[in-house]
Write a protein of this length. Structure first.
Length: 418
C-alpha cells in the first residue's frame, strides 16, 4: 500500500486539491516569515509594545471594511482567480517592504501602510479560500481535506517563523527577498489549479445581498455559537502579538527565540491536525470544541506566569493544539450547513469573526499590555478566555450537547469504510 493511499493522505490523489495545498503552504510560509520580520523590525525601531498592537489593527481595519464585499465577490466570480490575485497583492507587499528596508527605514508608518494593503488582500482571499475547499474534493473526502488543509497550514506556520527568525539574523531585507520568491511560486501553483463546478451568485451587490451571509449565520444557532465562541475567546487570548516583547523583556532573548515561540502554537496545531486527518472527530462534537477553547485559555495563563523558554514553548504548543480542535469543528460545521451559492458570503462572516479574534485580539493585547504590563495582560487574556468558554456553554446548550456533525452521516460512513 502506498503512503498516499493510506487513510488521511488519500485525498492528495485529487490533483487540484494537491496544487491548492502546495500554493497555500508556500504563501503561508512567506506570510509567517514576513510577520516575524515586521514584528521584530517595528519593535527594534520604537521599543513600544503598543506599536505591536497597531500591526494587528493595520491589518484588521481594511479587512473589516471589505470582508462582506469580498464574500459577495467569492460567490459571484471564480474563487481560484480571486485567491491568485490576492496572493499577487501579497507579493507586491513583500516588494514594498524590501524597497523600504533597502532605502533605510527609520519610521514605522510605511510598514503600517503596507499592512493596510496586505489586510485588504487578505479580506478577499479568506472567504474564497474557505469556500473553494469543498469544490476541490468529493464530499465524502471533505473532512479529510479540512484536516489535511489545516495541518498543512500549521506546518507552514511552524516553518515560517523559524525560517524568518533565522534569516533575520542576516537582516530583514533577506527575509523579504525570500518572501517574494515563495509568493511567486505560490501564484504560479494557484493559477494551475482547477476547481470543480461553482454555483455562482449573479445578483448585483446590494446591502441585502451583502448581508445574506450574516442573516444565514444568525438563523443557525449552532453556527452562530461556534464562530462567536472563537471570536470572543481568542479576542482576549491574543498572546502572539506580544511575543516580540515577551522574548525581549521576559526571556531576554533574540529573534531566533522569537521564531521558536511563534512556531510553538503551530507545532501543537499541526500535530493535532495530523491526528485528525487519520482519526477525525465524529462524536462528542460540542465537548471537544469547548474543551479545545478551554485548553487555549489555560495555556495563555501558564504563559503569563512563566519566565522560562521551555515552559513557554509547552504552553504555546497546548494553545495551538486546543485552537486546532476548535477550528476543525467550526470549519466543518459551517461548510456542511451552508449551500454553495451563499458559501462565500457565509465564509466572509466567519472570516470577520476569525479576523476580529486574531488582528483585533492582537490590538487588544497591545493596549492591555500598555495599560497593565506584559505579564498581567497575558494573565487577564487567559482568564477572560476561560470565562467566555463557560458563558458560551451556558448560552448555547445545543452546541454543548451536540454529539455529531449535522448532515454528515454519509461522510461519516465513508470515513468508517476507508
Amino acid at each position: 500500500m502506498s503512503l498516499i493511499s493510506y487513510n488521511g493522505l488519500s485525498v492528495l490523489r485529487h490533483r487540484n486539491f494537491a496544487l491548492y495545498l502546495a500554493a497555500r503552504l508556500l504563501s503561508t510560509v512567506a506570510v509567517q516569515m514576513q510577520s516575524v520580520a515586521i514584528g521584530w523590525q517595528v519593535y527594534a525601531l520604537t521599543g513600544n509594545v503598543f506599536d505591536l498592537g497597531l500591526i494587528g489593527l493595520a491589518q484588521f481595519a481594511p479587512f473589516f471594511l471589505l470582508i462582506l464585499i469580498a464574500g459577495h465577490v467569492a460567490d459571484r466570480y471564480n474563487r481560484r482567480n480571486i485567491i491568485a490575485v490576492s496572493m499577487g497583492v501579497q507579493l507586491l507587499c513583500g516588494l514594498l517592504l524590501l524597497a523600504f528596508t533597502l532605502s533605510g527605514l527609520t519610521v514605522v508608518w510605511p510598514v503600517f501602510a503596507v499592512l493596510v494593503l496586505f489586510g485588504s488582500a487578505r479580506a478577499f482571499m479568506m472567504p474564497a479560500s474557505q469556500a473553494i475547499l469543498i469544490n476541490l474534493v468529493p464530499i465524502e473526502n471533505f473532512s479529510k481535506a479540512v484536516a489535511l488543509n489545516s495541518s498543512t497550514f500549521h506546518v507552514a506556520v511552524i516553518l515560517g517563523p523559524t525560517l524568518g527568525g533565522l534569516l533575520y539574523l542576516a537582516g530583514p531585507n533577506v527575509v523579504y527577498a525570500a518572501v517574494i520568491a515563495l509568493l511567486i511560486a505560490a501564484v504560479v501553483l494557484m493559477l494551475a489549479t482547477r476547481a470543480g463546478a461553482q454555483i455562482s451568485h449573479r445578483e448585483p451587490a446590494t446591502w441585502h445581498s451583502l448581508l445574506d451571509g450574516l442573516r444565514f449565520v444568525w438563523s443557525r444557532p449552532v453556527v452562530l455559537g461556534a464562530i462567536s465562541l472563537d471570536l470572543f475567546a481568542v479576542l482576549f487570548g491574543g498572546a502572539t502579538a506580544l511575543l516580540p516583547a515577551y522574548a525581549h523583556d521576559v526571556l531576554d532573548a533574540g529573534p531566533t527565540a522569537l521564531g521558536l515561540l511563534r512556531t510553538a502554537p503551530a507545532a501543537g496545531a499541526a500535530l493535532t491536525a495530523i491526528v485528525l486527518a487519520f482519526q477525525p472527530i465524529t462524536r462528542g462534537i460540542g465537548r471537544w470544541m469547548f474543551g479545545g477553547v478551554a485548553v487555549f485559555g489555560a495555556g495563555t495563563v501558564v504563559l503569563g506566569l512563566s519566565d522560562s523558554l521551555a515552559v513557554a514553548l509547552v504552553a504555546l504548543v497546548l494553545m495551538g493544539s486546543g485552537d486546532m480542535v476548535s477550528v476543525y469543528i467550526r470549519h466543518i460545521l459551517v461548510q456542511f450547513e451552508t449551500p454553495d451559492a451563499i458559501r462565500g458570503r457565509v465564509s466572509a462572516v466567519n472570516a470577520v469573526f476569525i479576523g476580529a479574534s486574531n488582528e483585533l485580539g492582537e490590538f487588544e493585547s497591545g493596549v492591555t499590555a500598555g495599560w497593565f504590563g506584559l505579564t498581567r495582560a497575558l494573565l487577564l487574556g487567559g482568564v477572560a478566555t476561560l470565562a467566555v468558554t463557560a458563558i458560551w456553554m451556558w448560552r448555547f446548550p445545543v452546541l454543548r450537547t451536540m454529539a455529531r456533525f449535522p448532515h454528515a452521516s454519509d461522510d461519516e460512513k465513508a470515513l468508517a469504510q476507508n
